[in-house]
Design a protein around this ligand. Structure first.
Ligand code: SAH
Ligand code: SF4
Ligand code: F3S
Length: 450
């Protein structure tokens, strides 16, 4: 049996897809080369914006039609956030689906497939608890891996569907996280990204640390302590984590970022808006000034830190003035990367009850303006790197041009260079930046040809 997993959505979905792939392989399934030779196709879905759902639904429609015509025995199913949101309505939207598996039932995929093969389609399983610990596998051969540390989300940003589809916040026991990282290192992984919707909340709700130990080592909150524990895993080269929140940028966290050698100078710190009334209506839990303070403290303590962010344009009631404030704020912080989203009402969230009063054209315009600003800004940031050394985790021949090699800097920038004798995939090397574009640093070995 050959399977294919197609992934939409965030890094959590990328991780989940990898974990179910590993699970299926353990059960004897083989990875298909593409759609044509797959007996089972699973689409992992995202509900965060209407467009994300529309894309997945479009793809599913095509796959089901193609299967009917050309692969009558093929099973097409859906997993993830959209299943959790739509439930049985999913089967009305896409007749012919084999199954739907929610965000808390993914480890049951082999059992669900079994039921489908027994003729029970469509099978819906949205789970009844947390199957996080049951779903921790990885596909071998990668240098970089995502590791869940905090599931669900207890914040209630007024626009966001994630808490509805991912459930309550739950921190994995630190020992499981560290064991997983250790195992990954044993499989050749050099870099891990610790995942959580509000990752710095790690360890707050369910006490995963032994009684009384949360302040040991001078740390007040468990997340910096988890970073210490992961940093201490022998053989791990780089540690990242996402997404951050200003409230989590405590002195302990900043100190951990500054002092722990594997923790990269890179933080995804979504700000969403640079205007206080909007932030308040989004219920983000910080003001512009609090965000500014968090960013300044990080930038001062962690030289060269690259901050990336998420922005929503066209939130209900966002005026031109609010928008211009966001624009100026992005410039003030000097974000290294920004993901800009057009506000999309999600039913069941408070904001969906408000008038979606910024027209689509205007959302598009604001989106475009911020993207152009961002490109200009990152060009300038990258230009300042010319002549400097960067540490690169070598990935091997570049996808575009196999004569060139590529890798990533600790600030998560793509670095392209000519192959260096003796330097192999998985090595970390110091390279000298020669020239740059908005997306790439071109670098050379410190001694040319050496
Ligand atoms: N937990 C992360 C974000 C997860 S969702 C955090 O709070 O930082 C990823 C991004 O999608 C968000 O940061 C936000 O910018 C965007 N997003 C979420 N809901 C949205 C909506 N209804 N419309 C448009 N963008 C949205
Ligand atoms: Fe959504 Fe807010 Fe939770 Fe992020 S923190 S997942 S934006 S509710
Ligand atoms: Fe991620 Fe989308 Fe779900 S952003 S958590 S895949 S709704």
């Amino acid at each position: 049996m050959k399977f294919l997993v197609i992934t939409y959505g965030c890094q959590m979905n990328v991780r989940d897809s990898e974990a179910v792939s590993a699970l299926l392989m353990r059960q004897g399934y083989v990875c298909a080369e593409g759609e044509a030779d797959a007996d089972v196709i699973v689409i992992n879905t995202c509900s965060v914006r209407g467009k994300a759902e529309a894309k997945a639904l479009g793809k599913l429609g095509l796959l089901v039609a193609d299967s009917r015509r050309n692969h009558p025995d093929r099973v097409v199913g859906v997993m993830g956030c959209m299943v959790q949101r739509l439930g049985p309505a999913l089967f009305e939207k896409v007749p012919g689906l084999g199954f739907g598996i929610g965000t808390q039932a993914m480890s049951r995929l082999p059992l669900v497939l079994q039921e489908v093969f027994e003729g029970k389609a469509p099978v819906l399983d949205v789970g009844d608890g947390d199957d996080a610990e049951a779903l921790t596998g990885h596909v071998e051969g990668h240098l970089s891996a995502f590791v869940n540390i905090l599931l669900g989300c207890d914040r209630r940003c007024t626009y966001c569907i994630v808490p509805h589809v991912r459930g309550r916040e739950w921190s994995r026991p630190a020992e499981s996280v560290v064991d997983e990282v250790r195992e990954l290192v044993g499989q050749g992984v050099r870099e891990v990204t610790l995942l959580g919707q509000s990752v710095m909340n790690y360890g707050r709700r369910n006490p995963v640390w032994p009684e009384g130990s949360t302040s040991a080592g001078g740390y007040e909150t468990p997340f910096p302590r988890l970073l210490e524990a992961v940093d201490a895993v022998v053989g791990i080269e780089r540690v990242r984590f996402t997404s951050g929140h200003p409230s989590g940028c405590t002195p302990e966290l900043v100190r951990a970022m500054a002092e722990l050698p594997t923790v990269c100078e890179h933080l995804h710190l979504p700000c969403q808006s640079g205007s206080d009334p909007i932030l308040e209506r989004m219920r983000r839990g910080y003001t512009v000034d609090q965000f500014r303070q968090a960013a300044r403290v990080l930038q001062a303590a962690v030289p060269g830190v690259a901050l990336s962010t998420d922005i929503i344009v066209g939130f209900p009631g966002e005026t031109e003035e609010d928008f211009e404030r966001t624009r100026a704020f992005m410039e003030e912080i000097g974000f290294d990367n920004a993901f800009i989203f057009k506000y999309s009402p999600r039913s069941g969230t408070p904001a969906a009850e408000w008038d979606d009063d910024v027209s689509d054209e205007e959302k598009m315009r604001r989106n475009q303006v911020l993207l152009e600003d961002q490109t200009r800004r990152v060009e300038a940031i990258n230009k300042a790197l010319v002549g400097q050394r960067v540490n690169v985790l070598v990935e091997g021949p570049s996808l575009r041009n196999a004569a060139r090699w590529s890798g990533r800097s600790r600030t998560n920038k793509v670095v392209v260079f000519e192959p260096i004798p003796g330097v192999e995939r998985g090595d970390c090397v110091e390279l000298l930046v020669e020239r740059v574009t908005a997306t790439t640093l071109y670098a050379v070995g410190s001694v040319r040809g050496a």
